[in-house]
Structure formats: structure tokens, C-alpha cells
Design a binder for this molecule. Structure first.
Ligand SMILES: C[S@@+](CC[C@H](N)C(=O)[O-])C[C@H]1O[C@@H](n2cnc3c(N)ncnc32)[C@H](O)[C@@H]1O
Length: 253
């Protein structure tokens, strides 16, 4: 399975690195890489959903050998085209199931999945499988890191299931939620200069921190840290996102 025409095909890959979002700001990337390099602790890192190398390339420049898994040839072609991109190994496939050969390089001291990408797995089974797959790639003592938003259900008005998150004269975007199944879809609507409309929709499955902890336990991992973000401020009831670190015990539980 690949993603040639899917949610991260050519149309998205072409503009991905031009985003003005906070994730693309140098200070955010610096903090992200600071934490990941510290957790890699001299070992190798595996990025699930490596994309265009937004995080993998600066991490590799810190001296951490990085390997990536991704479904999208369009996204990973952008990584390849950047300085240093050729040196990063990429396995094309689903990060919930794809195995990276560790016979030569050994298992990883760090696996990470950032920028809400766990939610691209749209079933609970696939998210559970992803934790198992990450854990299997880790050496004892290794860590699995996820950065993901806290579900925004407090923003849903009573009796409705829609949360707008971007509005403008010719563009608007909103999320529809099914609070029974935890399925959600982001819809991006654009009015083109000729007055016509374009709609792109991306499905995801929102997931709670406690549910992720249970997935980690099923995979034999245990929670080591949870922060409000890459700044490592404490996670609180008002946190909009979290960076969580689960550890593979040195001795089997
Ligand atoms: C939001 S982008 C993040 C890219 C990169 N990690 C970053 O932080 O900029 C999500 C990436 O995950 C990939 N992806 C989504 N679901 C995937 C899956 N099930 N298996 C492998 N890759 C997946 C997409 O192709 C895309 O490159």
C-alpha cells in the first residue's frame, strides 16, 4: 500500500514545506530536535511518517542516524531532494505494520511520531498496531515519542458536531466529529478565482492521552513523561496538545 493519490500525494507534498504553521518555525524545530536528540542518547532514531524530513533532517544534522517509514512517495521525494536527504533511509509502507530490517544497524533507541500523525490511522486497531510496531523496533530502554493534539471536544457547541478552525473570505476549514466512534474529518473549502469551489477532506481518529497510555501498555511500554509540548512545560487540563514519552523496559514486564 502506498499513498500516491491519497491525503499526502503530490497536491499536498508540493506545498507542504511552505506552511506558515508554528510547526515549521525554526524555534519549534530546534526544541523538537533538542528533545529527540537527548532521547536518542547516542543511538538510532526511527521516524514514523517521516514526510519531507521537517524533523528528520535537522535531527540527522545533530549526528543522530535517522531512518523513516512513510506511505507517500511524493512526500519522501521532497526529503530526498534536500541536502542530506539521500543519506536518510526510507521504507515505503504503512508505519503500523512495516518492519525495518535491524540486522545490520541494530534496534532503535528512539521511535517518534509527531505532528498529530497518529490520528491518520483511522481505527483503534491500527493505532494499537502502530504502538506494537514501534515497540518491536526499540532496543530495551528505548523510547517512543508521540506529539498529538488533545481532542477538542470542549469546543463543540451543544447540539452540533462541527468546529470551524480557519475562516477567510475565500477559504474556510472545519472539523466534523462523531463522538461515538471517535471518527472525525477536516474539510478545507476554497473558492477559486473563477468563483468555483474546491473541497478537500481528510479523515482522522482522535485519541485521548489515557487511551494512548493503554495502547502503550498493550505494547509493553510504560509512560515516562508527558508535557504540554516541546517546551516541556507540564501537561495540564488546559493543554491543547501533548508530547508523550513511553519507555521500553530494560527487563520485560
Ligand atoms: C503531517 S505529515 C508529517 C510529516 C513529518 N513527520 C513532519 O512532522 O513534518 C504526515 C506524514 O505521515 C505519512 N503517513 C500518514 N499515515 C501513514 C501511514 N499509515 N503509514 C505511513 N505513513 C503515513 C504521510 O504520508 C505524511 O508524510
Amino acid at each position: 500500500m502506498t499513498d500516491e493519490d491519497g491525503y499526502f500525494g503530490e497536491r499536498v507534498a508540493r506545498h507542504y514545506d511552505q506552511s506558515a504553521g508554528s510547526e515549521f518555525q525554526p524555534d519549534t524545530i530546534e526544541r523538537t530536535v533538542d528533545l529527540l536528540a537527548e532521547l536518542a542518547d547516542g543511538g538510532r532514531a526511527l521516524e514514523l511518517g517521516i514526510g519531507t524530513g521537517r524533523v528528520a533532517l535537522p535531527l540527522a544534522r545533530r549526528g543522530v542516524p535517522v531512518h523513516g517509514i512513510d506511505l507517500s512517495r511524493a512526500m519522501t521525494a521532497r526529503l530526498r531532494a534536500k541536502p542530506g536527504g539521500e543519506e536518510i533511509g526510507v521504507s515505503i509502507g504503512d508505519f503500523a505494520t512495516t518492519k525495518v530490517d535491524t540486522t545490520a544497524g541494530g534496534r532503535f533507541s528512539l521511535a517518534y511520531l509527531v505532528f498529530n500523525t497518529i490520528m491518520n490511522l483511522t481505527t483503534q486497531d491500527a493505532q494499537v498496531a502502530c504502538f506494537r510496531n514501534a515497540a518491536e523496533h526499540l532496543a530495551p530502554g528505548g523510547c517512543f515519542v508521540i506529539e498529538v493534539m488533545v481532542p477538542e471536544l470542549r469546543r463543540i457547541p451543544a447540539g452540533q458536531n462541527i468546529v470551524p478552525f480557519s475562516t477567510g473570505p475565500t477559504e474556510w476549514a472545519y472539523t466534523t466529529y462523531d463522538t461515538v466512534t471517535q471518527d472525525a474529518t477536516c474539510h478545507y473549502v476554497t473558492v477559486t478565482p473563477d468563483g468555483r469551489g474546491e473541497v478537500h477532506s481528510t479523515p482522522f481518529r482522535y485519541v485521548w492521552p489515557a487511551e494512548l497510555d493503554l495502547m502503550a501498555r498493550l505494547a509493553g511500554l510504560r509512560l515516562r513523561d508527558r508535557w504540554d509540548g516541546w517546551t516541556r512545560r507540564p501537561f495540564t487540563e488546559d493543554s491543547a496538545r501533548h508530547v508523550s514519552v513511553w519507555e521500553k523496559p530494560v527487563t520485560a514486564p
